[in-house]
Design a protein. Structure first.
Lengths: 309, 309
């Protein structure tokens, strides 16, 4: 699956991922009205609204991008119907041949991590039948519990040819509270990065490992160091756009081959129609606004990478 | 909700929680046969099997215990139908007046953490209607992302009078890889424990905070130190029984008032009928085996606490 991601990035020329994080206040009124008309002001109505919203954005952007990253929390908040919408979104993206990164940030130990890995990347045996749950291609994983927590995910990835992005340095302001604390003179996130590199050695694709890392766009200097510590790990970079990261901050996350990073934007793309810059599209044409925002993001990153050469 | 937990612990004399982590190989054959007969060897069939299994265990133990801790991964592995079984389990336990600790180990940032908190502890607005998702009373939270990640959970807890258990020192062998690393001469888990105490000050119940901690039974010496660092935090203690923790290891997790800790056992209770000690009950009577295992666990912990006085 890492090979497919690399291939699709090369083909699209777009090392970007669209974060499908449908907050209800992003969803245009006409979509909400249609969904509530059909299913009421219920969890089912909310789930229908985010599904209709996602579908339009996917339809208008899928040919430009290699991957999407649905944030499961935004679906889980609508309970079981929300998770049905998550599943529909994953399946629809796969129909469109997009690589799907489930942003689930799960992490537990032993058989429990194995169960999460099965839920999202693998197959579960019921009687004599193998069944599938949520069917993403990659998931994000929290490393706080150590190797016991991560290895079960790696084991499922080996079997299924799927991949992981491990949280190393997150994009939020207080990520430093624990992640930046010095251990033997070096911050915790560097130690985690070293583990990611080690874990990744078990599971190499053609040029990159199936085990990647999450490093926030908001910390470009740390990205530079981590790029060296994990040369074979793809870095998933959140924090572009709404959180303050810009194209020029991102160059350090890439290797000299122009690969090795994939930059996420969520609200900057999916709620583009709410930004002044794209307001001319209007709420009715929110999908076209998202398409333009994707094109602009590709140009911004491409320009920054060319300038850095 | 922390007050209710304390009150129920006093009433039952049982500072224990039953971990409802239904692995398929724990479920007796006759339950599986009935479920697959009704719903096929499908995710729905698996979900029906774990629901029937849970119901019997709850019916046979609810009068002895204050709380249950369903591990969501074990349901999530069966996709949407598994999460329907999770929800049914939570609701059924609440009908039985049990405190429900959702072992979800979620953790993200800002609006994403808020969405998880809403999903499991709060209410979500759909149009003008407030809806509820999974309805637990407490959830477990991963602290790796820092205050940004935890505060949204605390905010929802304030509103809903619900609570958290933050991962501090987990019970698994490799928990030390990051959690034990020294920062300014003290292990990371102590720094996390200090934050838990600080976070908890915002949200005090009558005698304990709504913000508790997870500290594994397998590390009693660390439990002793953490008990002092977080005097007002309830400690949820996994790792008893199957993972090797014993009653005598647990005394340090309690305060002198005999409160402050709640000890989890999962497979030791729910799969008791598979242990030699309870084999005489037979698979048909697995619920009775679970009941006996609960009684024995209460006696073990009670004995250890009395001996320590």
């Amino acid at each position: 699956m890492i090979n497919k991601l690399v291939e699709k990035i090369k083909k699209t020329g777009a090392p970007i991922v669209v974060g499908l994080d449908p907050m209800m206040n992003f969803v245009p009124e006409h979509i909400k009205a249609a969904a509530f008309e059909a299913k009421g002001e219920t969890l089912e109505g909310a789930a229908e609204a985010i599904w209709l919203y996602n579908k339009e954005i996917i339809d208008k952007t899928y040919d430009l991008i290699p991957a999407v990253k649905p944030q499961i929390a935004m679906y889980e908040q609508f309970g079981v119907p929300g998770l049905v919408a998550f599943q529909k979104t994953v399946e629809y993206c796969k129909e469109k041949d997009l690589v799907v990164i489930g942003d689930i940030k799960r992490g537990d130990i032993g058989s429990t991590s194995a169960a999460y890995a099965t839920a999202h990347l693998g197959k579960v045996k019921v009687g004599n039948t193998m069944c599938e749950g949520f069917k993403e291609d990659f998931v994000t994983v929290n490393p706080y519990l150590g190797t016991d927590g991560v290895q079960p995910f790696i084991d499922v990835c080996k079997e299924e040819k799927k991949g992981l992005f491990i949280l190393v340095k997150t994009s939020n302001p207080s990520s430093g509270e624990f992640q930046d604390r010095l251990i033997d003179g070096r911050p915790l996130y560097e130690h985690v990065g070293e583990k990611v590199a080690q874990w990744g050695e078990q599971l190499m694709g053609d040029s990159y490992s199936y085990v990647g890392a999450v490093v926030g766009a908001t910390y470009p200097e740390m990205g530079k160091v981590l790029r060296k510590i994990m040369p074979k790990s793809f870095i998933l970079v959140p924090g572009y756009g709404a959180q303050g990261g810009q194209g020029k901050d991102l160059v350090h996350f890439f290797n000299e081959d122009g690969l090795g990073a994939i930059v996420n934007s969520s609200r900057g793309i999916i709620a583009a129609y709410k930004n002044e810059q794209y307001a001319k599209f209007g709420a009715e044409n929110f999908g076209d606004a998202s398409r333009q925002a994707v094109l602009d993001m590709i140009a911004d990153i491409d320009g920054a990478l060319k300038q850095a050469k």
